[in-house]
Design a protein around this ligand. Sequence first.
Ligand code: LMR
Ligand code: MN
Length: 384
Amino acid sequence: MKYELANKLDEEVESTRSLKVARKAIRAFLDILEMGDEVTTPLFKLAAEKCLKNLRFLGEIHEAENVHKALIKRFPHDPQHRNQLTVAYLIQNKWNQAKRTLEETLIQWPNDGLALVHYGFILKIESKDLINAVEYLQAGIQTGDEGTADGRFYFHLGDALVRLERSSEAEEVHKAGARKGLFLSSYQRAVHYISRLTGRPWWTAEQTTYEDFYRSLEVNWRVIKEEALNALFKSEQSFQNERENLLHKGEWKEFEIFSRGNKIQRNCDRVPRTCDLISSFAPTSECQRGQVKFSVMTPGTHIWPHCGPSNCRLRSHLGLYGLDGAYIRVANETRQWQEGKVLIFDDSFEHEVWHNGSLPRLVLIVDMWHPEVRAHERKTLPEI
Ligand code: LMR
Ligand code: MN
């Protein structure tokens, strides 16, 4: 009887997409779940599933925790419900709760692949315990359990191995990820990608079709440099430490003027002519998957090999100052910057930077849509 009522509400949500009815349906399904053993197993599972579907519809992940807990209580011998609770915690960045749940899961099911990979993932990202992260990620992937062949687990296992300077093992992981179709190739490991886009590590201006824009950057490089040096020397605070945890040693700061297609006005005010140049070029100023920033690094800096998150953008660097002794490797080719010249690469390919020179190295980083990303995609792709 109760189920029929809940189901009727659920059907109404399907046809009307009403948030109010969805809320009622959720309540009705939760009532069923609260009845515990009085409900048959198939009905209990169905009620949980439909309740979760409505919660997703409303975007109420927090409430979903209670559904997963009810499932765990009713089916204590099935680790899948514990794993679903873990994922719900992770989506909400509740790292500690996810970690604790996994620790309990792993006591009962030490060989559960999903629990192992998720635990490794948390150790890598949250606890920065690389050695143990590698152990858990490897063990989890080795089970071959459903859900363990996921690019994020391969990505972070490879990255942890790189940072532990176990590079040949990292290479094997990257190759395996590419073989399984989780990466575009072992060097190109973006987690968000469109597979039809041409992928090559280094680009020429002609290949991008954006020659005129690059020429305008090169023609104006001295103005851009003056603006950047002024901003840097007048108040060093305007440059912020890089935030992506990519720095191995040294010091690396940036001064961002566009972020995900938005102009950062207070910073633009300090480098107005640079900003005007960028504003006039839509593939950059409207690139929701990119940034524009000045990047400065002190001598002795090394940036770990890493891949950008998306293959939908290209990255260009305009060399400005202190370039001697600084190197950038993209895939298997290393280059150097030159004053007033643009380098163009696809930062979803593995790249690495080191600076052995004696002056702070300053470049302007300008991202832009990959030329093959279509007009409607440029408007609709979620930002990164
Ligand atoms: C990167 O894009 O990761 C680096 O090339 C940045 C930089 O400042 O060289
Ligand atoms: Mn990078």
